[in-house]
Design a protein. Structure first.
Length: 345
């Protein structure tokens, strides 16, 4: 343990954040977590090993100025994970951009007021790297998403603006703390609570027949347990700096479907026909216009494209090896069944 002072985790009930809380408690840290509802409504956090002695939950609203002052006071490290993740929303500005950007700025202002904070670790996203990957390019931490907007992949836009706002805050206000950003792709694996996150929803949708065909879609994945560990290492490693891509690997939709089938889940309505190659991609793009606006745009910017990432910096600085993708996918399927998000057939 590197500090006797508590570590603050914002959005502690979230899929990633809950695992971060568990990771910190398992290492002996005292943790202050912020949540949106009353603390007693999160028994899956309060019942974690070590939580009774070393976890305190506080209610805080991302959009309320000063809401984080009390909980961050006295903390040396703040792990800011709280941010909405939805693809199809009614009002992108209100539902995505405002909570992401204003929430990040509010948390950083509270860190500045506290005077005790040494480092903030920000949960960003691969969405802040690009929203339409070039197949021939290998992406690094130097790349930034410059194409998203309120009309085009607004979730990607919100994550990009939030991370930009954080780096601008550091540049212009020059606080007594530094910033490290973690940029994962889709995060899967077992949940500590019953809620269903958007990344795992995609796997459920494939297994429940919402994807009628196999198409040239590639998804980058990282296991939530690795993402939690990386947040802790980013906090503990004094030489850590800047951004960190943390992609465990990429899987084509065909590979994903075959993995699920070969693991015994053959009774689910998995897609059977294939719409791949140039002709298939053209059909998928046409069909995407029948989907809700933001989902359709997401499909059109992703189909036929693969994002190749260089994670050398992460491996060199933290010495981490990732949980295999096959393991994460199958444990995700089992977790969906466990929590009732996927019927047992």
């Amino acid at each position: 343990m590197i500090t006797d002072n508590p570590v603050c985790v914002t959005g502690a009930s979230g899929f990633i954040a809950a695992h971060i809380v568990r990771e910190l408690l398992s290492r002996g840290y005292k943790v202050k977590g912020t949540v949106r509802k009353n603390p007693w409504e999160y028994p899956f956090l309060l019942n974690l090993p070590g939580a009774h002695e070393r976890l305190k939950l506080e209610k805080a609203d991302l959009l309320e100025k000063g809401a984080f002052d009390k909980v961050i006071s006295g903390c040396e490290y703040v792990l800011h994970t709280a941010s909405p993740f939805e693809i199809n929303v009614t009002d992108p500005q209100t539902d995505l951009v405002d909570p992401a950007v204003n929430g990040t700025e509010n948390v950083l202002e509270s860190c500045l007021k506290a005077g005790s904070v040494r480092r903030v670790v920000l949960t960003s996203s691969i969405a802040a790297i690009t929203d339409e990957p070039e197949n021939s390019k290998v992406y690094t931490e130097k790349d930034w998403n410059t194409m998203s907007s309120l009309d085009r992949n607004p979730y990607y836009y919100s994550k990009t603006l939030a991370e930009r706002a954080a780096w601008d805050f550091i540049m212009h206000k020059k606080p007594g703390f530094d910033l490290v950003a973690i940029n994962p792709p889709l995060v899967i694996g077992p949940s500590l609570g019953s809620s269903l996150n958007t990344s795992k929803l995609m796997i459920r949708d494939i297994m429940t027949g919402l994807y009628p065909a196999i198409m040239d879609m590639y998804w980058g994945f990282t296991d939530v347990r690795d993402v939690a560990k990386i947040h802790r290492l980013a906090m503990e490693t004094e030489t850590a700096s800047g951004r960190y891509l943390c992609t465990a690997g990429t899987m084509h939709m065909r590979e994903l479907v075959e993995l699920i089938k070969s693991s015994g889940y053959t009774k689910y309505p998995l897609p059977k026909i294939s719409l791949t190659g140039k002709a298939g991609t053209a059909v998928i793009k046409m069909l995407s216009f029948t989907k809700p606006r933001n989902i359709g745009k997401y499909i059109r910017t992703q189909v036929g494209r693969i994002m190749n990432c260089d994670v050398t910096k992460l491996k060199n600085d933290f010495g981490i090896s990732f949980i295999p993708l096959n393991t994460s996918v199958i444990e995700t399927v089992e977790d969906l069944r466990k929590w009732g998000h996927l019927k047992t057939v």
